[in-house]
Structure formats: structure tokens, C-alpha cells
Design a binder for this molecule. Structure first.
Ligand SMILES: [Fe+2]
Ligand SMILES: [Fe+2]
Length: 265
């Protein structure tokens, strides 16, 4: 059976949450999407994630929420993540942290989808274990349960994400990148059957500097003086990419970028 898996990039603040609520349910119905993974590290006012934010996404049809370097910005998530296997922190963070970097979800069709969340190390402020070794170790366990595995590779450097795509080609169904908030145009199915895109982009306001008000960022960048980086509001878009996957083999057959524009511009 063929299934369509949607990977959504960093959902930023209220504008991001709102467009997910307004646009995701219809899109999933119209496009027959079976499974949705969304990066939620910026859900709360641009940094962090609260249980309330997570519920909004999950009620709109997001099956699994991933995080990244902002995962612990809001302390409320700490007890919640420990009890909620569908919210992930990077798998290569210290093992003593609450939560997990992998999960397996069974769809109504009986198909099981595994999700693995990794963070890169190049140009990232947070120290973590080798994402390549962690991927190998975690996949040994995940592949005992299902052939269909989606990976959110959260990192700054395009090179590290591209390398992870090749490392996982033929081992997982779909690798999508997050964190830079800028969509890339390199979606493709790699030779051994893994759908890949370096960054699916941000779900939030594009009249901004990666989600924050242009005037505030320009002030800080041009004067070196402090400024509050409030979340912007204009030109809201939902950005992601849909991979079509054979659920028996786990091989991807296609990948398409998605940009859904909001009603107010
Ligand atoms: Fe982000
Ligand atoms: Fe990030």
C-alpha cells in the first residue's frame, strides 16, 4: 500500500499554530495524507513548546511533534514529554533527559510508522552525541517494528543534513531537515529509495527574519544594540514536503514540496 507522509517545518508562535489549525485538516483530507510529523520547537512565542501548544497541533492532525535546540525553553514540557511518546526530543541528547528521540505510531490501517529525531552538531550551540552513530543504533531497534521510518534532522549546516540523507539512504523512508526556517529546493528520492529534502522551511510569518520582526532584527544587526525579537505576523505560510512511500518495502517513490499560504497577507 502507498501512503503519503507530510513533514512540516518549524511551526513558529501564534501565526504558525493558527495556520496549522486553519489549513492542515483540509489539506490532509484532500491529499489523502496518512501521517504528519511537525517540528514544534518554536511553538510558544517563537521558542519552546508548552503542552497546550502541542495539543493544538495534535488536534489539527499532527501525529508526532519533534523539537530541537529550543525543546526545553518552556519548563512545562518537561513532565509532559515524559508521558507523551508522540512528542520527541533529539535522540542524540543525553540519555538521562526526559522523553525519547524515537516513537512508533500505528495508523488506523494497521501500518506502523516509526519516527526518529536527530540534531546536528555543526554550528549548533548545544552539544550532543554523534547523530550518525545514534541513527545507526536507534534504527536497529526501530526496524524490528516497521519498515516505514521518518527522520527529522534538525541542524544548521546543509552539508550535515545532506550527509545524513546519504547515510540513511535505503535505511529509512524519508529524511527531512528543519531548524534553518528557510525551505530548500533539493527534494528528491535518493538512489536506494529514501525521500530527502535539506530543509522544509518554516511554518509561520515570512514577512520576517526567520520568524522574527524585521525592524527588531535589523536594529540589532545594524547597531549591535539589544532588541526584543518578537514573532512577526505578515505573510504566514505552512511549509513542508510530502513523501509517497510503499508501506511494505518502506521505499519512497516521490517527494513534493508543499507551501500553503494563509488567508491574511
Ligand atoms: Fe526553529
Ligand atoms: Fe532549532
Amino acid at each position: 500500500m502507498k501512503i503519503k507522509i507530510l513533514g512540516i517545518g518549524d511551526v513558529v508562535g501564534k501565526p504558525g499554530r493558527k495556520i496549522i489549525q486553519e489549513k492542515l485538516p483540509d489539506f490532509c483530507r484532500q491529499e489523502n495524507i496518512s501521517f504528519v510529523v511537525a517540528n514544534g520547537e518554536n511553538l510558544f512565542d517563537g521558542a519552546g513548546i508548552t503542552p497546550k501548544d502541542a495539543n493544538i497541533l495534535q488536534e489539527a492532525g499532527v501525529n508526532v511533534i519533534t523539537g530541537g535546540d529550543h525543546i526545553w525553553n518552556r519548563r512545562e514540557i518537561i513532565p509532559h514529554i515524559a508521558q507523551t511518546p508522540t512528542i520527541l526530543r533529539p535522540a542524540n541528547y543525553p540519555k538521562k533527559q526526559p522523553g525519547s528521540g524515537t516513537t512508533v505510531v500505528e495508523l488506523p490501517s494497521g501500518i506502523k510508522v516509526g519516527v526518529l529525531h536527530l540534531q546536528g552538531r555543526v554550528f549548533m550551540n548545544i552539544q550532543c552525541a554523534c547523530p550518525f552513530t545514534t541513527a545507526e543504533e536507534e534504527l536497529e531497534l526501530l526496524k524490528l517494528k516497521t519498515n516505514v521510518v521518518v527522520v527529522d534532522m534538525h541542524c544548521e549546516a546543509t552539508s550535515e543534513k545532506v550527509a545524513m540523507g546519504w547515510w540513511l539512504d535505503g535505511k529509512v523512508s524519508y529524511v527531512f531537515g528543519t531548524h534553518t526556517h528557510i525551505p530548500t529546493a533539493d527534494e528528491r528520492v535518493l538512489p536506494k529509495g529514501t525521500a530527502y529534502i535539506t530543509d522544509v522551511g518554516m511554518t509561520g510569518p515570512y514577512e520576517s527574519v526567520i520568524g522574527r520582526r524585521v525592524d527588531r532584527v535589523l536594529h540589532r544587526m545594524t547597531t549591535g544594540m539589544p532588541a526584543r525579537f518578537d514573532v512577526a505576523t505578515g505573510d504566514v505560510r505552512l511549509c513542508g514536503a510530502v513523501a509517497t512511500v510503499d508501506s511494505n518495502s518502506g521505499r519512497a517513490e516521490g517527494i513534493e514540496r508543499v507551501v500553503i499560504t494563509g488567508d491574511e497577507r
